[in-house]
Design a protein around this ligand. Structure first.
Ligand SMILES: NC(=O)c1ccc[n+]([C@@H]2O[C@H](COP(=O)([O-])OP(=O)(O)OC[C@H]3O[C@@H](n4cnc5c(N)ncnc54)[C@H](O)[C@@H]3O)[C@@H](O)[C@H]2O)c1
Length: 312
């Protein structure tokens, strides 16, 4: 079994590489290191079963030979990253996805694509089911990401219909764990580092906006089941345990044993979703999957990782 992981040096991609290796697969990582880190793969140096190719997938991907799966996890994912790289974000969701489909077709592989809950935008339906079409501003500050991900789903499902490519789409809801960049602007790395420094937790708005958080191991269990049992239609992969950011700060404070109060630093950004919670009935019935790791358990290795690895 040989897999290609596009975006394999990123947060989720690098954990996926570890999982595939543990399952006995050979892995080709394709990554331009734009938001990923070489250090995420440093422990694999000298492993003959891993090949690392530094490459922008917006150009045709020069991987040769058969593959069982092309996992496409290449895209900026944090709001700070895609605000800095809006054109690149749209390109990796369009040109990059085209090249991922063509690689999978050429190599005889199934394409498994990392989509996102952002396809639902600022949802008017709660919780979000896969058949909800979303509420996205096509010209707003988040459009480069949301629309690139929506286009990617349209491209992949059209490619599958027109050319018979086997494909699976996992819509990821906020996922956390070791290796998320501390400065990427997402709430768990930000709160974790603020707690470890004994600082206040900074939020946009008043912290009453809700999110739900999935530990990366749970997410990857879901993706492996999706690869094995998916029906080609999108599946939500997320944890339905919804909480406000104020409640999240409380839990992080308990697990870290420190941390200050919640302070608002700015109004909510434009088009920031106020609520986010997956309906995972489809993942439960189709894949037999549901998340197992409670937040306080997943936060322990995450905080431990920041203690050891973050820049001082
Ligand atoms: N982390 C989450 O909570 C979350 C939520 C929803 C969806 N996702 C999706 O999961 C995937 C991985 O997210 P992540 O959190 O690991 O982000 P990340 O930024 O850590 O990883 C993305 C990886 O893709 C690489 N990449 C970006 N553009 C590329 C290009 N043109 N060519 C080659 N490589 C490129 C980056 O260098 C990085 O290694 C993304 O597609 C993201 O949209 C993540």
């Amino acid at each position: 079994m040989r897999a290609a992981v596009l975006g394999g040096s990123g947060f989720i991609g690098s954990h996926l590489v570890d999982r595939l290796l543990a399952l006995g697969q050979d892995v080709v990582v394709v990554d331009d290191f734009s938001t990923g880190r070489r250090s995420n793969l440093a422990h694999l140096a000298g492993n003959a079963r891993v090949q690392i190719l530094e490459w922008d997938i917006c150009k045709p991907i020069p991987v040769v030979g058969p593959l069982t799966t092309v996992w496409n996890f290449a895209s900026p994912a944090s709001p700070i990253d895609y605000a800095r790289r809006p054109i690149e974000t749209l390109e990796v969701g369009s040109l990059g996805v085209k090249n991922a489909c063509e690689l999978a077709e050429r190599a005889g592989a199934t394409l498994v694509h990392a989509s996102t809950s952002e396809v639902y935008g600022d949802p008017l339906v709660h919780p979000q089911r896969e058949d909800y079409f979303g509420n996205v501003n096509p010209i707003g500050p988040r459009a480069c990401y949301d629309e690139s991900k929506r286009f990617a789903e349209a491209y992949i499902t059209s490619f599958a219909r027109a050319r018979g490519l086997p494909c699976q789409l996992g819509r990821i809801f906020n996922t956390y764990g070791p290796r998320m960049r501390e400065e990427d602007g997402r709430v768990i790395p930000a709160f974790a580092c603020q707690a470890l420094d004994g600082k206040d937790f900074t939020v946009f708005g008043d912290g009453s906006q809700t999110r739900s958080f999935t530990y990366v191991d749970d997410l990857l269990d879901g993706f492996l089941l999706l690869r094995a049992k998916g029906d080609g239609q999108p599946v939500n992969l997320g944890n339905p345990n919804e909480m406000t950011l104020v409640q999240l700060a409380d839990i992080i404070r308990q697990v870290a044993g420190s941390g200050g109060k919640v302070v608002s630093v700015r109004p909510l950004p434009e088009n920031d979703p106020k609520q986010r919670k997956p309906d995972i009935a489809r993942a439960q019935s189709l894949l037999g999957w549901q998340p197992k790791v409670p937040l306080h358990e997943g936060l322990k290795p995450t905080l431990e990782w920041y203690r050891k690895h973050r820049a001082k």
